[in-house]
Design a protein around this ligand. Sequence first.
Ligand code: SAM
Length: 279
Amino acid sequence: MTGTLYLCATPIGNLEDVTLRVLRVLREVDLIVAEDTRHTEKLLRHYGIEPKFGPSLYEGAERERVPLILRELRAGRNVALVSDAGTPLISDPGFLLVRTCVEAGIRVVPVPGPAAFLAALVASGLPVESFLFLGALPRKRGPKLEALEGLIGEERTAVMYESPHRLWETLEMMEELYPERPLVLARELTKVHEEFIRGTVQEVRGEVRRRGTIKGEAVLVLGGDKGTREPPDAELLRDFYELLLGKRRDHKEALREMARLLGIPKGRLARILGAGLGN
Ligand code: SAM
């Protein structure tokens, strides 16, 4: 019989945030597949669990490691996947492994627990009935700006991960795009210095500027765009587009400016303007 793959969530800071089931599974499995064995070994020692590591699964190693892990599962061994923090696969390695197991008919069992995006969202004070999770924002400026522009006109609360040294640049971009939208910067979740900085994008950026630096891991929770529900008039939009194009002389620039000013996503504008643009 083949083994089972368990997806085990581990703490994102506070070591008390681990479920009894995760501890039992980590004790009982034949192999633990970690993102970084040094990191997970400390965690296991803390709970008095023997580290029985299999091949580790770090970013960039999935293609090479998945066949090795699959071999263990096929040989009947039970395997637990853990990442450095929180839930595996959530902005962490593991997707290829899970997909391969599902395709191979190997049982995949989630053992849920902490995830930073959920902790930040539920304590943000922003609507939670329906939300968008963007994962980690792209590192490069261009793709990041595109991702943030994609939130223009987005009515749902959006949650994203950002590293402390790119946070300032992200806040600058957000202020340029939507200064008045509500924003919550949740940092050091579950740790001693846990903090929520709340306000408009402009206010949160002002607070970060006042402090000089923001240390520690952070989640950004952006309130939905509320001012865009009326279906826009295509004729008026076309006139406005022509006006901006005259000033900017660049189709993309004009569209971007229009999206920013009207709070309508670029893609939607392009669709409405499609005929007029000759697309
Ligand atoms: N798998 C993790 C999860 O379930 O949340 C996410 C891993 S991802 C590589 C790391 C990012 O998660 C950090 O850059 C930060 O944005 C967020 N994060 C993780 N722990 C956090 C914490 N204690 N407080 C705030 N953000 C955290």
